[in-house]
Design a protein around this ligand. Sequence first.
Ligand code: NAD
Ligand code: MG
Length: 389
Amino acid sequence: MRRVSVFGSTGSIGQSTLDLIGRGDFDVVALTGGANVAQLAADAIRLRAEVAVTAFDDRLEELRDALGGSGVEAAAGTAALEEAADRAADWTMSAIVGAAGLIPSLRALRHGGTLALANKESLVCAGPLLLSEAARRGATVLPVDSEHSAVFQALVGEDVAAVEKVVITASGGGLRDLPLESLRNATPEQAGTHPNWDMGQRITIDSASMFNKAMELIETKEFFGLPPAKIDTIIHPQSLIHALVQFADGAMMAHLGTADMRHAIGYALNWPDRRHLPVERLDLAQVARLEFHAPDPARYPALAIARGVMDRGGLSGAAFNAAKEVALDLFIARQMRFTDMAPLVERVLERLEARGCLEGDTMTLDMVLETDRIARETATAVASGDHAA
Ligand code: NAD
Ligand code: MG
């Protein structure tokens, strides 16, 4: 039986993953979560996991109580997360949100096997590090972001050298129809509602600002090794086409499916095979037409920032992600306007570049973590009006 682990099992991707795992024959090694200890324990008991880990030390007692005499081990804290990643699994889902997912992703690669990567931040912050570690350990990394799974599927049997362009689609997010001048007053509740996808709060707000799409452009560059000029995005409000690949002969391959992450998760779980998935089928006659339009740069400044990050490469992805996480925290806490997030990220990147912090041909985990730390510190200082930061 295949041994599987799910990092971030209590989240949106995690729960969809458990839904598929629960329908198959798997040996569950580790499940991990954050504050939602009751969900974590219930899933671990139901799926007979070896160990359940909460990221928070002060939740250990609560987790132990919830696991009762079930025989599932309880653990807590970042060291426990790493230890859980060290327990060899054949297939590991990386679905922690944010840069916190990087170290578990890297650790899971150590014993080979397959890493199903939903945590796009791992690639944005440390793409070259993650992929070289995978190659060194003989591990396979499969994309779980819907767009990247779509590109991956369109490339089966193809030569990447014949790719002229990859187009990842964007819904435009929850604020796409709000007049431009009203964006500055958008609330976390408005931005946290998505027209098509049911996702975690952070990625939903990132969809409204298109910081999510910005990260996905970088993710495309890192994962597929494509030059930035060959990577594009287009608004497709229906979220039925997840990505398109255009080849040297002008042919375009599109991947279509309903907006259900179990498509991409299931593809990674069954890869290289295709098996039945319990997802709704598309009724094209009912869809009738597919809509597209170019994104407005004034509405979505994050896209231009991503272009700069892709061109600069190196540690700029780690700085970009960390500054974005700080901006998002401030917006969620109602301490920053929706439209002030992109200027903050831009300013942090400018300052770090001016200080020579983003340079370096090689990339080590220490360098990534240090860049993440400095970028968070700078973002916090700039946001609080410290002009010397
Ligand atoms: P979520 O917020 O619903 O769940 C996040 C999970 O991570 C939870 O289990 C939470 O307990 C855990 N977690 C949060 N902070 C943590 C920390 N500091 N340390 C350890 N664990 C922590 O998020 P989600 O929407 O499921 O997204 C997860 C990842 O997948 C993100 O990187 C996101 O960008 C990516 N992704 C999500 C979707 C989607 O449809 N939700 C689609 C594509 C990619
Ligand atoms: Mg996506």
